[in-house]
Design a binder for this molecule. Sequence first.
Ligand SMILES: [Cu+2]
Length: 456
Amino acid sequence: MHTSVTRRDFLRFAGGTAAVAAGLGLIPGLRNNRLLPAQITAAEAAERGPDLYFAGTDGWIYLPPDPPIGQGPVYFPDDLAPNPFNTYIFGFRDITGLDQTQIAKQRMKAQHSAPLFWVNQYNGSNEFRMQLTNLGLQMRPDLTDSHTLHWHGFRNVIPYFDGEPTGSVSVPVGRNFTYVFRPRDPGTYMYHCHVEDVEHVHMGMTGPVFVRPLQNGNTSLYGSGKYVYNDGNGSTGYDREFAMFLSEVWAEAHWCDSHIQLPDWSDYRADFSLLNGRVYPDTLAPNAPIDAAASINSLAVLRNGDGELQTNPNYAHLQYQPLSSLVTCRQGERVLLRFVNLGFREASMTLAGFPMRIVGRDATLMRGSDGSDTSYETDTILIGAGESFDAIFTAPAFSGGSGSSGQGYDTYVLYNRRLTQVANLAAGGFGGQRTEIHVYPNGALAAQKYPNDWGV
Ligand SMILES: [Cu+2]
């Protein structure tokens, strides 16, 4: 029996051992046996236990490999990728509730478009605590990159918990840090790792986060009692909500990271435009199996005994891209689309067939300084990098089911009207930011249990 150990294997083994030896479960070290005030806050938060616990690591995802993209077969599919995957990423994973043995097994199992989470607006006592650990980059033992969690657009941040590493702290390999938030401003935000952020953001360490308003639960303003903002009049009430998280993959950069090469970011040319971490037609595939009861602060994908993300039958290739983009609703319902763009290019999202009303932008209710309503109807939203929009549409009347008979719903299209972002210019037009809205008759669909839940 012959066993060869490559330099890469050696480094991977050494790197993994170092991560364990460094000790998971530590908080940032003390200096001169004294805690700074901010460290005391962090230590107290860690003692009380986090509301959520995320890990940063690397991993692999699936994008349509055929036909090959314009750059040819060198960069994509990645020849180092394990079946059925083909694209190397960095990303986060929700490891809330896992034990240390399970957590260690999540190395190189990152999720693209990081776990969707949400928090309630601060009411004077409900601080939100989010612990982050760094499991290292298994494909890049030569890199000792830290990770952070930066809440983009968060207004009352204190630097210690901002995740901007040059002015604050970051999380080295094998360490833990607990972020503490008091979210006072409802709306739709995004979060990302801020370490070497062009690279870490582009590699997949990005995701959506919502702040739910104190007004939630008030059913006199809108029947569902669910609102985007403290509007005072029910104008942002909705029945169902769907995250629409936009990002991009430049295949050459991802190949470079797995092959220990340096991409030149001035050559940036995205090959894939992603919606919730997938491209069409995978955008229409179902959510991964979700634990509805555990989805208190985040979309909790069911996990097996090893802590691994579960998948639906026939969708093993989407194991690390668990979030669907298909929108389902009944006629007459108000449906909230929470758009966030953390690609590097502007997106032009278009809903064909009926208008959306823009009720919020960058986590701000659309109101003038005198309180006047500045919301507006449109069929297209231009979303720059780092921007968010809250759009509500009222589902049109059910017309009897479009397409093949017996389908049971009407189909409308939501897509990026920029040709290079709705497909990647390859023959066949696959890929891109495109999904569908399925409008059902009265009586169909269950109430939504969590964001992006189909209710079917
Ligand atoms: Cu990072």
